[in-house]
Each structure stands twice: as C-alpha cells, then as structure tokens.
Design a binder for this molecule. Structure first.
Ligand code: PBG
Length: 329
C-alpha cells in the first residue's frame, strides 16, 4: 500500500508513545476527599464505597501525613457529626467535627498540602438539605448564605487553605469572599462548585456521610440535561470571585469539563464522585475490568477533558502508581 500517512508510527514503542503523550497525571494535581466522624475511636468502613472509611481524628491525621508524603495537591475534608439540627449549627461551631479536623490536620501538615474544607450544611442538618428551610419547607437561599458566610470564617480560622462551597446556593461565592476579606483572610481561596449536577451517582456518598436526606436536591443542583446553564453558573462564580471552579460529577460530564475548561480563565477542577468510584470498584471486584488500568484511564480522561485538578477517592493509590512508574522511591 502506498500510504503517505501512518499514525501507527507514533505508537510503535513505549518510548515513542511516552514521547508524544499529550496528557499527564501528576500527584500534585490530585485532591483526596476524606470523611471524619465525630467521636470515632477507629476508622469505620463505608459499605457502599469499599476502601473508603469514616476516619477517627487519629486516622485522619495519619491519612493527611501519607497524602503529604505522596505529594498530593489537596486534602478535602468532609465532617460526619453525631448531632444534627435544623440549621446545621455544627458547621459553624468552633468545636464542630469539621472545624476540629481542619485545625488538627493543619497543625499536622502545615503548608505541605492544601487543606481544603467542604463548605456545606447537608452533613449537619437534620433534614439533610444543603441549606436551611423556610416555614414551607423550601430551601431558603438567602438565609443559608448568612450561615455560609459564618462557616467560611470559622473554617479559615481553623486553618483551611481552600474552601469548597458545594451547596449550589445563588450568591454563595460572593458572600463567602466578602466574609473572608472582612475577617482578614485575604489569602484563603475559594474552589467553587460552579457546575454541580443533581446526580444519581452521589448515592454512595450519602451513606458515607450518614445523610438524612429524603427527597432530592433538584431545586438547587443543576439538571443533568443542561449545558448552556453551566456557562451562566461559571460566569456568576467568576464575577463573585471564585479562585478555581469545579465540574461535578466528572465522568458522565466530560463534555462539561471541556466546555468549562475552554471558557474559564481560572483553574478547573473535576470531581470523580462516589458513584463513579464505586462502579469501578465493583466491576474490578468482579474481575470484569483491569482495576489499575481502569482507574488510571478514568483519571487521565478527566484530565484530557480539560480538568487541571481532579478530586478522586483513588488519589493515594494513583499517586503511588505514579511514583512507581516514574522511579520515585
Ligand atoms: C453535598 C455534597 C455531595 C457530595 C459532595 N458534597 C452530595 C450531594 O450533593 O448530595 C458528593 C460527593 C460524592 O458523591 O463523592 N454537600
């Protein structure tokens, strides 16, 4: 055959493939989401997320040290409190489990990894919604914002480098930025969950945080059918001062990761969520896919779609593989 172009030439050997590889995954780009349970003496397994635990304060600190040793970029903490109430007061309280954990972890790791805080009420409210409810039981946007502002200052005081507002309330990034600046926390950054869809794939997470939610979050999280609306959310969060923006979930929304990456002037993150994690774990446990290859491919494809950074429950393992493959002891 007289073929002038043979793309296969660039695939002939491992060294050639490595030479022309367009996308790379580095531990510094990974963020490990972790759960800490109030009062726990031992880490507790989460049955819907095999391999992930609800940490005790001690095991959380250990996980943070390990994340530093592996060179991860971020450590995103979610709190699992033992007492809940209508306004989620444990989120703001200085002795709330998340603020305590932020404080303990920051003391342990200093500035060697970005200590990140989930900033949302759902783990702390007895009704499980991401905001407070009005007298008719609807999520009250503006009343919620006032609590987010207080929580932001509490989390910054506890030592968080980065706050991750995940509640999808209108105006949340703006009130958080203003509250931080007024309290003097001008260097605390906001990783905005700008494009967060109401996804069925959050299922396993709800067990991870012992969620008390009945119903759904469709009045605040985005409709999975919508694409244009994501640009609106992005624009608003940028105007309100987001330092980084996120698309969530990642794998069913790679088109949105690309779309946001093409338009965002700030770094873009994507969250490989609990259901995405558990599907891979389940298929691998059944011997249906090659676990390591599937995990690496999933993370690389999120990067290829345009994410600068990736939140993933596989972060520790992926970093270990990276070290192995790159000859780092
Ligand atoms: C809510 C929140 C959720 C996740 C992170 N923050 C769940 C939800 O919106 O119901 C999901 C993370 C995951 O599924 O891994 N504040």
């Amino acid at each position: 055959m007289d073929l002038p172009y043979r793309p296969r030439r660039l695939r002939t050997s491992p060294i050639m493939r490595a030479h022309v590889r367009e996308t790379h995954l580095h531990p510094s780009q990974l963020i490990l989401p972790v759960f800490v349970r109030e009062g726990a003496q031992e880490p507790r397994a989460i049955s819907s997320m095999p391999g992930v635990v609800q940490h005790s304060m001690d095991s959380l600190k250990h996980a943070a040290t390990e994340a530093v040793e592996l060179g991860l970029g971020g450590f995103m903490i979610f709190g699992v409190p033992t007492t809940l109430d209508a306004t989620g007061s444990g989120l703001v309280a200085e002795d709330g489990v998340l603020n305590q954990a932020l404080c303990a972890v920051r003391a342990e790791v200093g500035d060697d990894i970005l200590v990140m805080a989930d900033l949302c009420l759902d783990e702390f409210t007895d009704h499980g919604h991401c905001g407070v409810l009005d007298d008719r039981g609807r999520v009250d946007n503006d009343a919620t914002l006032a609590l987010y502002a207080q929580a932001a200052v509490a989390q910054a005081e506890a030592g968080a480098h980065v706050l991750g507002p995940s509640g999808m309330m209108d105006g949340q990034v703006g009130v958080i930025r203003t509250a931080l600046d007024e309290a003097g926390f001008i260097d605390t950054s906001v990783l905005a969950y700008s494009v967060k869809y109401a996804s069925a794939f959050y299922g396993p997470f709800r067990e991870a945080v012992d969620s008390s939610l009945t119903g759904d979050r469709k009045t605040y999280q985005m409709d999975p059918a919508n694409r244009r609306e994501a640009m609106r959310e992005l624009e608003l969060d940028l105007d309100e001062g987001a330092d980084m923006v996120m698309v969530k979930p990642a794998m069913s929304y790679l088109d949105m990761v690309r779309e946001v990456a093409d338009h965002s002037p700030v770094p873009v993150s994507a969250y490989q969520i609990s259901g995405e994690y558990s599907m891979i774990q389940a298929a691998a446990a059944n011997g249906w896919i090659d676990r390591r290859a599937a995990i690496q491919e999933s993370l690389l494809s999120i990067r290829r779609a345009g994410a600068d950074t990736v939140l993933t429950y596989f972060a520790t393992e992926a970093a270990r593989w990276w070290r192995e493959e790159n000859g780092v002891a």
